[in-house]
Design a protein around this ligand. Sequence first.
Ligand code: PGA
Length: 255
Amino acid sequence: MLNYMCANWKMFKTRQQAAQTTSDLVTYLASSSLAGVEVVIFPPFTALETVHQILDSRPGFCLGAQNVYPAAEGAYTGEISPAMLTDHGCSYVLAGHSERRHVLVENNDFVARKVDFALQNNLKVILCIGETLQERKENRLQSVLAEQLQSALQDLQTEKIQDKLLIAYEPVWAIGTGEVARVQDIAQAHQIVRDMLQTILADFAWQIPILYGGSVKPDNSPEIMAIDNVNGLLVGGASLNADAFSQIVHSGSKA
Ligand code: PGA
């Protein structure tokens, strides 16, 4: 399985800034450092075309969108369709990111519709799941992850998800806070996710990459990548800086 090293730029970077960071990344990441790695960049919508042109089908790099609406077209002010994203060179999309669940109040049903529609429309989906601090304190880790996974995956036909679905475990309390989950917490959560995937999807479970996200930095990424069942990273803050993100990508390289 490849390691997936993903840069989520959130609502940062104008086109010029996005172009600079992408060009720097391409320069820092020689093809040798990309052995066994897929780098996916999730710029804001306004910079998709800029980043797409610089990546220009470069091996090892892919483009993704931070959001998608589950309809082909229609009167959905402010939303974006899968076809609009693939038209800009996107092959990936995020669904269920904690900022969309908690700030934009998206619920499990809506996330499930996005996952299903994006997969049907030739996008690979990174389904983000994770517990809040309160849920962790109440010992609800397992039930929250089960609910988020089951609601999004239970109605999918398994042939639809082959090579197209990835999971990102991102404890909400570790996102953008500088607070990194301990190695044993990450190992435990990823094992829980792997076991649940096995229950929901049977034979396909082992093929699904499970990424970790939450305050990943160059100095902690090698340790996190060494944990069992960690098949990549979803990086926010540290991915805004090309030097820091290229160091993180190196920690996933199989060269
Ligand atoms: P962070 O964000 O690396 O800034 O914690 C991670 C994410 O939101 O995916």
